[in-house]
Ligand binder design. Structure first.
Ligand code: FES
Length: 170
C-alpha cells in the first residue's frame, strides 16, 4: 500500500464521522465479506425535504479494516441529503475518492461500504450472493449495535454476504 494512501486513511480514521449505533433509525443494513471476514452495519434516518424523502443522517459500525472504516466515515457524509435512489447510484470508489486511488487489494473494502448502504436503503440485496441457508443468518436484522448482535442475539443476525471479488484481498 502506498504511503500517501495510508496517510489519507490514517487521517480519516483519526476522527471518524458518524460512527456508532443510531437510535431511532428508519433502516439498517449489514453486510459481510466472506473472504476477508469483515462486516459493516449502516443505520439510516430519513426526513422530508421539499416534498422528497432524503437521508437525514447515517451512521456505521464496523468489524473491518482501516480502509473500510475510512470509506464508511466519508460515505456517511456523502449520502446525507440524497434521496435513497440517488444514494443507491453511488459506488464504493466514489465514497472513497478523498482517499485517493485505491490499491487493488482495497477496492473490496469500499464495496463493503457500498453494500451496507444499499442493504440499508433496499432490503432486497441487489448484488449479493444467495442468502445462506443457515437459519441463524437468515433471521431478521436486529435493532442494536453490531457487537451486541453477535455476543447476545439468540435469533442471529441477518447478514448479506457480498459476492466474492476477483483478485487478491488483504
Ligand atoms: Fe476486508 Fe477491508 S473490508 S480487508
Amino acid at each position: 500500500m502506498n504511503e500517501e494512501f495510508q496517510k489519507r486513511v490514517d487521517d480519516a480514521i483519526a476522527n471518524p464521522q458518524n460512527m456508532g449505533e443510531m437510535t431511532g433509525a428508519d433502516s439498517i443494513g449489514t453486510v459481510g465479506n466472506a473472504d476477508c471476514g469483515d462486516m459493516l452495519r449502516v443505520w439510516v434516518k430519513f426526513k422530508e425535504e421539499n416534498g422528497r424523502k432524503v437521508i437525514d443522517k447515517a451512521s456505521f459500525q464496523s468489524f473491518g479494516c482501516e480502509t473500510a472504516i475510512a470509506a464508511a466515515s466519508l460515505a456517511m457524509e456523502l449520502i446525507r441529503g440524497k434521496t435513497p435512489e440517488e444514494a443507491m447510484k453511488m459506488r464504493g470508489e466514489e465514497f472513497a475518492k478523498d482517499l485517493g486511488p485505491l490499491p487493488p487489494t482495497k477496492v473490496h473494502c469500499t464495496q463493503l461500504v457500498e453494500g451496507a448502504i444499499r442493504s440499508a436503503l433496499d432490503p432486497k440485496p441487489y448484488d449479493a450472493a444467495p442468502k445462506p441457508a443457515t437459519p441463524a443468518l437468515a433471521a431478521p436484522a436486529p435493532q442494536g449495535n453490531l457487537n451486541e448482535s453477535f455476543s447476545q442475539s439468540k435469533q442471529g443476525v441477518r447478514v448479506v454476504f457480498l459476492k466474492p471479488q476477483s483478485g487478491p484481498q488483504q
